[in-house]
Design a protein around this ligand. Structure first.
Ligand code: FMN
Length: 510
């Protein structure tokens, strides 16, 4: 650019400036613009300076643009990478970092839940990209719904139903929230959650810490209201009911097509173990509060951390509790009623105990069983013959339920046993009880054996599942859904996506 040309431009400025009346906006802009002042002989010197400065400024501007653009690319690229469940950073950097920064496993649990909640609020949560389930390769039928895949997240990870949606975004077709109890309860004193990193296992004695069923109902109701508003149903109570009645075309619990929300209910610790009526009231209280917002209700009688809870798995008390829950679930004010499942322990595994549970399942009319919870046993370290590191040996002595990969082999065997027993149908006594259900009172007793007409019970499997091959194995053993908890703690937010990918691979290799 020539000096003359620039001078002409500079000289032209004043006349240009006053050639017409600037608008209010222009006046503001002019006021903030650096002014060029001409004073006698200094004019040409200033202009020379300006000429020297111009390329520098242009260079600086270019550099700023480049830095800005690069930063934007890094941020956008980083956003897409970090929020993708396939990113290996979650498994190999975030999980070890959390373990290192937060030695107390419960702190890590709280931080994990609140981070997911906050990230979801701002649209920054990790999620499965690319609708990978849309190919239908993993689709499965459960309770008449076609689920996108057969993977679930087990109870206890989202105890207060704070993050069902961020959990759904990680890719499972089932998310189980809770367990919730009628009254709020603190659970056991801390510390109450422990890691065994060499085993990718945990021991917990949370003791069903819960904010109470009323709190959970309020949280879940708000979620439905938000959904109704966001999807054009409005704000009024009728809007909420229309969504719950299925007018939005999504299951009323999950609010996501191809996915189901399970809500787990339990009794309070203070409710006496011997008072079966009080125990029934506890479960029914929870059902009356939360059932409306659930696709599946899960009756927890298998937590090892509430004294006496597992005794409720004996046939008589279990039948009484489950009957009460089923009746209450049927009276929910919603077009479709929630299905009811009972979550049983892996430790009550004698033939007598399993057949007692199956009898209660048939007699009560529940729809299925979640086989497996944490174990009171202390399994041998893996791989076989390995010794537990000295640091972890005292942890093994902690009271609580053990979870992790060692539960897997016994789980497969247990699922197969439940499948085989339940597939034999109700026993004669159970069949009689089923035909005597109140809503069938006037139906004449049919002569043909009930065995030929029963609807098969649905099984979900929970215990030590960490790979696609294992998920496939429990499905082959008779489960419809493979659920995970500890595997996600050690594998990070990409675990469900990875397991599903591995399942696809297993299918291809067959
Ligand atoms: C820290 C922790 C808390 C849990 N809380 C519950 C709970 O509230 N209700 C329940 O039924 N199971 C609870 N579980 C058990 C899990 O849902 C699951 O059944 C069990 O851990 C076995 O599966 P996994 O080996 O995949 O973890 C909890 C497990 C862990 C590790």
């Amino acid at each position: 650019m020539s000096f003359v040309g620039l001078g002409a431009k500079v000289r032209a400025l004043p006349s240009c400036r006053w050639s017409r009346r600037p608008s209010v906006l222009q006046q503001k802009q002019l006021a903030t613009r650096p002014r060029i002042v001409f004073r006698g002989n200094s004019t040409s010197a200033s202009v020379t300076e300006a000429v020297k400065e111009a390329p520098k400024k242009a260079g600086r501007g270019f550099r700023r643009t480049m830095i800005g653009t690069s930063l934007a690319i890094v941020l956008i690229g980083g956003y897409f990478y970090v929020t993708d469940t396939r990113a290996s950073i979650h498994r190999y950097a975030v999980v070890p970092l959390i373990r290192w920064l937060l030695p107390d496993a419960e702190d890590a649990h709280h931080i994990g839940v609140s981070s997911l909640k906050t990230l979801y609020k701002y649209g920054l949560n990790p999620r499965e990209r690319g609708s990978i389930d849309d190919d239908g390769a993993l689709a499965t039928e459960v309770f008449g719904y076609t689920l996108a895949n057969p993977i679930g997240i087990s109870g206890g990870l989202d105890k207060h139903a704070e993050i069902p949606d961020p959990l759904f975004a990680l890719g499972p077709a089932i998310v189980e929230v809770g367990g919730t109890t009628p009254l709020p309860q603190e659970g056991n004193p801390r510390p109450r959650v422990f890691r065994l990193p060499s085993q990718h296992a945990m021991i917990n004695r949370y003791g069903l810490n819960s904010k109470g069923a009323d709190h959970m109902a309020a949280v879940l109701r708000k979620r439905v209201q938000d959904y109704a508003y966001a999807h054009g149903f409005g704000l009024h109570e009728l809007a909420e009911q229309r969504v719950l009645d299925g007018e939005a075309g999504v299951p009323p619990g999950s609010l996501v097509s191809g996915k189901l929300l399970a809500v787990q209910v339990a009794k309070n610790k203070v409710t006496p173990d011997s008072d079966i009526e009080a125990i029934k009231r506890d479960y029914v209280y929870c059902v009356e509060r939360v059932a409306k917002y659930a696709d599946i209700l899960v009756v927890n009688v298998s937590s090892p951390n509430t004294p006496g809870l597992r005794d409720l798995q004996a046939a008589a008390p279990l039948t009484a509790i489950l009957k009460a829950v089923v009746a209450s679930a049927k009276s929910v004010d919603r077009k479709t009623k929630p299905y009811v499942m009972v979550k049983v322990s892996p430790d009550e595994d004698s033939d007598e105990q399993i057949s007692g549970i199956c009898e209660a399942v048939w007699n009560s009319g529940v729809d299925g069983v979640i086989v497996g919870n944490t174990t009171n046993r202390r399994p041998e370290p893996l791989p076989k013959g390995a010794a537990l590191p000295p640091k972890e040996q005292p942890v093994l002595k902690e009271t609580g339920g053990y979870s992790g990969p060692q539960l897997f082999d016994p789980l497969v065997a247990l699922v197969a046993r439940y499948r085989s027993l339940l597939d034999q149908g109700p026993s004669v006594s159970a069949a009689a009880a089923v035909t005597a259900e109140p809503d069938q009172e006037n139906v004449p007793v049919v002569e043909t054996p009930a065995v030929e007409k029963f609807t098969p019970k649905v099984l979900f499997a929970s215990g030590g599942i960490t790979t696609g091959k294992q998920a496939r194995e429990v499905l082959d053993a008779g489960a419809s859904v493979a659920m995970m908890y500890t595997g996600i703690v050690y594998g990070g937010v990409g675990t469900v996506t990875r397991v599903k990918q591995e399942m696809r691979q297993v299918k291809k290799d067959e």
